[in-house]
Design a protein around this ligand. Structure first.
Ligand code: PEP
Length: 257
């Protein structure tokens, strides 16, 4: 983390978990243990249908509500989709874009990711752009090239003033939901390469202001070590964000002096 130049952001990704009533129960439980506001910004990205209930339940808890996906078109005949304006209207500030599960199961490509990034930025919100390599790509030794390509494609056409609103989440696919975490050094190295890619596109001043998260089985035990890496400015957390005690421990790790 480097709080001098950029914000630390701990974000939960609830995926397709938690009903509206479970969301309310989670809010009641986390209320009892939520730390006072410090440096780290906290949010939970929830299923779209539960955004209103989550916003109400987390209102005075210093937890913002984010979305897990968006469609890039403004409006029209796109049955089942949700637009950026619709999310904005619900006071959503952050939207996860290009999660590997969306790339794997729902055919998202670097091109659709780029369109979604523009839609979110044009609506005044912040995209959390997910990038990450497969195990095969890591073993072949092409991790950094692959991720640089994903970052460049996602940011294609994004001007520097809007880039400041973007978060990049480095999520090695082999570490998501598997209990396998990248070592702090592996994660730190890729995150610093992501910053180098941004530097090559936008210059050093802009690059140092961008929040880069790590995601992939981050939990209450490994968070502090991962967050100690200079280029890891937060976490995108799946499983552990569903358990109030675990999520709070991760927030505490991000709030350490
Ligand atoms: C995720 O969903 O982005 C994620 C990192 O999941 P998990 O923490 O469960 O690996």
């Amino acid at each position: 983390m480097n709080r001098r130049y950029r914000k630390t952001v701990i974000a939960g990704n609830w995926k397709m978990n938690m009903t509206a009533s479970e969301t309310k129960k989670f809010a009641e439980d986390i209320r009892k243990i939520m730390p006072r506001a410090k440096w780290c910004e906290t949010l939970l990205c929830v299923p779209a249908c539960n955004i209103p209930v989550a916003s109400k339940a987390f209102k005075d808890l210093r937890i913002s509500v984010g979305a897990e996906n968006v469609y890039f078109e403004e409006k029209g005949a796109y049955t089942g989709e949700v637009s950026a304006e619709m999310l904005k209207d619900l006071a959503v500030k952050y939207v996860i874009i290009g999660h590997s599960e969306r790339r794997q199961y729902f055919g998202e490509t670097d091109q659709t990711v780029n369109k979604k990034v523009h839609a979110v930025l044009n609506a005044g919100m912040s995209p959390i752009i997910c990038v990450g390599e497969s195990l095969e790509q890591r073993e072949t030794g092409i991790t950094n090239e692959w991720i640089a390509l994903q970052v460049k494609s996602a940011l294609f056409g994004v001007p520097a003033d809007k880039l400041r609103r973007c978060i990049i989440a480095y999520e090695p696919i082999w570490a998501i939901g598997t209990g396998k975490t990248a070592t702090a050094e592996q994660a730190g190295e890729v995150c610093s390469n992501i910053r180098a890619t941004i530097r090559s596109l936008y210059g050093a001043r802009v690059a140092r202001s961008v929040t880069i998260q790590y995601g992939g089985s981050m939990n209450e035990k490994n968070a502090a070590e991962l967050l100690a890496q200079p280029d890891i400015d937060g976490g995108l957390i799946g499983g552990a964000s569903l358990v109030p005690e675990k999520f709070v421990e991760i927030i505490n790790a991000a709030n350490q002096e």
